[in-house]
Design a binder for this molecule. Structure first.
Ligand code: ADP
Ligand code: MG
Length: 381
């Protein structure tokens, strides 16, 4: 059954339209987005698809093919931040954020189905928010530009769901282009689409979903954010983005015996620099040379930011021993996914090595797929 047919079965008439928004993987620039820094995600072919119709009676009906809840019915004038802890908080939060911003959204029927793995660090939450926001923007003719749409979705996730995420995920889902990575300055949201077509150069980027998410990850994210803010305050800057790479040694000296803050600052400053290096290398057509930069990024996340875990380290170490050009954890950390840059001819060997290493360690089998830079959110019909 197609998504439009399922919509009709649920709600009794055909949807006004069908939209899609992708998950994303971050090539480089980890935990920099809440430090006003640089990130470089690209969109995956995996999408969350929404069939949507307007309503004029203030009712919001939500259904997802991926959960067992059935149709959930809410009233748009009653939804309020943190009132809802289930999956419906993401789309309801978008409706709340749109209405908060003064847009007259008077209800909707929404049916969703997704191929984005959830909780794998590939941003199924942003895909869900962005597809909802884009559908409502177009149906209600709100005329919101993509970067602002992403901001509204971030606001939904921060204020309504209560997850303190940065702006990267929603911007990636809303703004990425086919065959490109998105170089995003999270301070002013300036964007550059950087051509990133690995297949044409005989390479592949593998995503390895470790299938683990360690329970303490949310609390640890909050601690890293607070630590970065402390670092910025101690250094007298608005955000760690303002510490230039060639001022790093002086900044670390000023932080004296604040050992933990020093490590966080070192990661953010060197990571911003790595994003700029990757952008330069890709622009120069020197794609293979980004491998060592990815490796440095992993070491920094493992040793300075301290958000890796045994499963992610095993992917990276095994892939590099098996001949990968570069590898690093991606996303929030403590589980989720790693990315591995390989020569296309080595993809199978590297995949097999990682699978065997996981089996030997007694871990759940990882899910491995090739990430093809794909289009951002769009209308399908
Ligand atoms: P990630 O964004 O890395 O996948 P999150 O924890 O941020 O992980 O978001 C995952 C949550 O988003 C799920 O637990 C669920 O509540 C919600 N979600 C994502 N996709 C869907 C979907 N297709 N249907 C229902 N809920 C979804
Ligand atoms: Mg998420």
């Amino acid at each position: 059954m197609s998504i439009a047919e399922k919509f009709e079965e649920l709600y009794g008439s055909a949807p006004e339209g069908v939209w899609a928004a992708p998950g994303r993987v971050n090539l480089i620039g980890e935990h920099t987005d809440y430090n006003d820094g640089f990130v470089m995600p690209f969109a995956l072919p995996h999408t969350t698809v929404a069939a949507v119709s307007r309503r004029t009676d203030g009712v919001l009906r939500l259904h997802s093919a991926d959960v067992e809840d059935g149709v959930v019915e809410l009233r748009v004038d009653e939804i309020a931040p943190r009132s809802d802890t289930g999956w419906t908080a993401y789309p309801a939060g978008v409706v709340w954020a749109l209405r908060e911003a003064g847009h007259a959204v008077t209800g909707a029927d929404i049916h969703l189905a997704s191929t984005v793995p959830t909780g794998a660090g590939l941003s199924s939450s942003a895909a869900l928010e962005v597809v909802t926001a884009l559908a409502l923007d177009e149906l209600y003719e709100l005329g919101i530009e993509r970067p602002q749409l992403a901001r509204l979705c971030q606001r939904a996730e921060n204020m309504y769901v209560g997850a303190p995420t940065g702006i990267m995920d929603q911007t990636a889902s809303a703004c990425c282009e086919d065959g490109h990575a998105l170089f995003l300055d999270t301070r002013d949201l300036a964007q550059q689409q950087i051509p990133f077509d690995l297949a044409a150069e005989g390479m592949r980027l593998l995503v390895v979903d470790t299938r683990v998410k360690h329970a303490h990850s949310d609390g640890e994210y909050g601690k890293r954010r607070a630590g970065c803010e402390k670092g910025a305050a101690l250094l007298g800057v608005t955000a760690l983005r303002d510490v230039a790479y060639d001022e790093l040694d002086a900044a670390l000296e000023r932080l004296g015996d604040e050992e933990e803050v020093r490590r966080l600052v070192r990661h953010i400053v060197t990571e911003n620099h790595r994003v700029e290096r990757v952008v330069s290398l890709l622009k120069a057509g020197d794609t293979r040379a980004i491998g060592p930069v990815l490796n440095e990024g992993h070491a920094s996340l493992r040793d300075d930011f301290r958000i890796s875990c045994a499963e992610l380290d095993l992917v990276v170490d095994t892939a590099l021993s098996a001949g990968a050009l570069g590898a690093r954890m991606t996303g929030g950390g403590f589980g989720g996914s790693a990315i591995v840059l390989v020569e296309a001819v080595d993809a199978e060997t590297v995949t097999k090595a990682v699978e065997e290493a996981f089996a030997a360690a007694g871990y759940t089998a990882p899910r491995v797929f090739t990430a093809i830079p794909s289009a951002g959110a769009r209308r399908l019909s």
